[in-house]
Design a protein around this ligand. Structure first.
Ligand SMILES: [Zn+2]
Length: 106
């Protein structure tokens, strides 16, 4: 019997949904809802990590699951610009390795 009450209240909100996070790949700049993104985070400690949970604290940047984007991120400066941090060789290797394991050449 009370089910109708909830229905009524729902129809109130007619405005556009607030704060839908738009993810953009920092390498190819594509926004694609369907595409999977992997979050790269600069932690408050200043290290850069691949954030597989997507919930780590810090400044985040997203990479899509294209191999070429990871190669670009690992060797170039797109991630450094997005995260405002200098990537050391260790994280670059890590990105390369991650790409090696997860994304075969398309
Ligand atoms: Zn991309």
């Amino acid at each position: 019997m009370t089910e109708h009450t909830t229905q009524k209240q729902r129809s109130r909100g007619r405005r556009r949904p607030k704060h839908v996070p738009q993810r953009t790949c920092v390498a190819c700049r594509e926004k694609e809802a369907k595409r999977q993104f992997v979050r790269i985070v600069r932690t408050p400690e200043g290290t850069v990590e691949i954030d597989l949970t997507g919930k780590k604290n810090g400044r985040g940047a997203y990479l899509c699951t294209r191999r070429s984007c990871w190669d670009k991120a690992a060797s170039g400066s797109v991630l450094e610009r997005a995260l405002k941090v200098t990537l050391d060789q260790q994280i670059r290797d890590q990105l390369h390795r991650y790409a090696d394991h997860h994304f075969r050449d398309e």
